[in-house]
Design a protein around this ligand. Structure first.
Ligand SMILES: [Zn+2]
Length: 226
């Protein structure tokens, strides 16, 4: 399940998370390093994404711990773009500047601005890169369909493919039509039309967007049908 990671440390009290941030900040400053998301991932006791979700965002957690947020430098572009995909999918539409300061975003819009010159340019380069990615995905899927790739696809679609399918379906559940763009907090999932367990491949044409509720409903009728 996609949400295991963020729930993993859910029983840890806020204070313990904040204390570990302070401890990590101390260790890092002795090494001349800043307490960034990536640095904490290396040396921290907990998952930085858990901390981000718990306090609203990574930077909010840092502030709650009484520390100063460090701007991430040199975040690889694919990491920035993966983050943009996650935020876009959670919102069900193109994020605006301030969305990047809230969970699930890990990086503020200013980081994108620094890297690309402007937020707008970052979005344009992002969309172009998504188009390229989709061309590559379709090439791979052709190879799967024509038997050039004999290995089975993995059950869980990679992020690029999830984004592709959600975008194709306009970030709406195909069963009920709802979207996180209009229903706050709605969770969209990727469903295999022919179940993976029954030989359905994880390729674009066998995947569809369903909301959490409709996907569970379908699971029930599948079980009844057996
Ligand atoms: Zn639905």
């Amino acid at each position: 399940m996609k949400f295991e990671l963020t729930q993993f440390n859910r029983d840890v009290p806020d204070e313990a998370l904040l204390e570990d941030l302070i401890a990590a900040s101390g260790i890092l400053s002795q090494q001349g390093r800043a307490l960034t998301y990536r640095a904490y991932k290396e040396i921290g006791k907990y998952s930085p994404s858990t901390i981000g979700v718990r306090f609203g965002s990574w930077n909010d957690a840092i502030k709650r711990a009484g520390l100063r947020p460090a701007e991430e430098k040199n975040v690889p572009i694919d990491v920035l773009f993966d983050n943009l995909k996650e935020v876009w999918m959670a919102k069900g539409k193109q994020p605006v500047y301030r969305d990047m300061s809230n969970a699930p975003s890990l990086f503020t819009a200013s980081i994108y601005q620094d890297r690309f010159g402007s937020w707008r340019t970052a979005l344009e380069v992002f969309v172009a890169s998504v188009e390229d990615e989709q061309v590559e995905l379709l090439k791979f899927e052709d190879a799967v369909k024509t038997g050039k790739v004999t290995k089975r696809t993995k059950r869980d679609p990679p992020l690029a493919l999830r984004f592709f399918v959600l975008r194709r379906d306009r970030f709406c559940c195909l069963a009920c039509g709802r979207s996180p763009a209009t229903v706050a907090g709605l969770i969209l999932e990727i469903d295999h039309i022919v179940p993976w367990a029954k030989g359905g491949e994880t390729i674009e044409e066998n995947l569809q967007t369903l909301c959490f509720d409709c996907n569970r409903g379908k699971g029930v009728s599948d079980a009844e049908a057996q």
